[in-house]
Design a binder for this molecule. Structure first.
Ligand code: 13P
Length: 267
């Protein structure tokens, strides 16, 4: 059986009002199809202020819902005096199913360290939620491509070693609940994505590393970084690329519809 591809739409710090968020969400619908293979998982990772409202909608709750809810961050403790933080338990009790952890923007602007990210990964897996762990190298040279890809692999291996420390001690279904998003930092923001060939090479490498270093088999690995309706097909048609993490295009109504439509045609 092939692994179900997943589309994760990361709204980042947008939109600016609940009414816009409500309107935006109405565009996230899976095309009606009887083909189970083609039913992609669709996740909207909304700013936390909208999660309470969005979690009450019939389109995002229940087994047949067309969209699942994701959070963009979480804290690593379930209780205690941590002003401003949100616990894994709070998210779970709200019906949130996925949590993005270690996004490069949080690493860069909020000073998130691999140690913090590791604690978050462990806490979220223990809570029975799905982790979307973001990894990716900061730069890549086109001129020295082979050398540069080697360096990128090394960088990501180190990130995985730190971010997934002690993960094998967790008895929960790690493979099923851990998703890794390969997001090369230089490709984020909409100006240029990685090539599907190079992204594929990196994704295969991540899968091998999960397997050989952590005994994690069958975790899904996605590509993220300037994914849009023009290039999503090229990424998703490769069987080893299990889905996409989409940023700025997730705020554009027509793009969202096209991306979902294109993805639904790819098994
Ligand atoms: P863009 O799709 O805007 O490049 O963002 C990617 C990303 O950071 C998704 O988490």
């Amino acid at each position: 059986m092939s692994v179900k591809k997943i589309l994760i739409f990361n709204w980042k710090m947008a939109p600016q009002s609940l009414s816009e968020a409500k309107r935006l969400l109405t565009n996230y619908k899976r095309p009606i199809t009887n083909n189970e293979e083609n039913k992609k998982e669709i996740v909207v990772a909304s700013p936390s202020v909208y999660l309470v409202y969005l979690s009450s909608l019939s389109s995002v709750v229940g087994r047949k819902s067309s969209v699942k809810l994701g959070a963009q961050d979480v804290f690593y403790e379930n209780s205690g005096a941590y002003t401003g933080e949100i616990s894994p338990k709070m998210l779970k009790n709200l019906g949130v199913k996925y949590v993005i952890i270690g996004h490069s923007e949080r690493r860069k602007y909020l000073g998130e360290t691999d140690e913090m990210i590791n604690k978050k990964v462990l806490a979220v897996l223990k809570a029975g939620l799905k982790v979307i762990l973001c990894v990716g190298e900061p730069t890549r040279s086109i001129k020295y491509k082979v050398e540069s890809i080697k360096q990128a692999k090394n960088y990501i291996k180190k990130q995985l070693e730190k971010d997934l420390k002690k993960v094998s001690n967790i008895k929960y279904q790690v493979s099923r609940n851990l998703i890794v998003a390969y997001e090369p930092v230089w490709a984020i923001g909409g100006s240029h994505s990685d090539t599907p060939e190079d992204a594929l090479e990196m994704i295969k490498y991540i899968k091998q590393t999960l397997n050989s270093k952590f005994y994690i088999l069958n975790s899904r690995v996605l590509y993220g970084g300037s994914v849009n309706s023009k290039n999503i097909g090229d990424f998703l048609k490769r069987p080893e690329i299990d889905g996409a993490l989409i940023g700025h295009a997730s705020l554009k109504v027509e793009e969202v519809k096209k991306i979902i439509e294109i993805a639904s045609k790819i098994v």
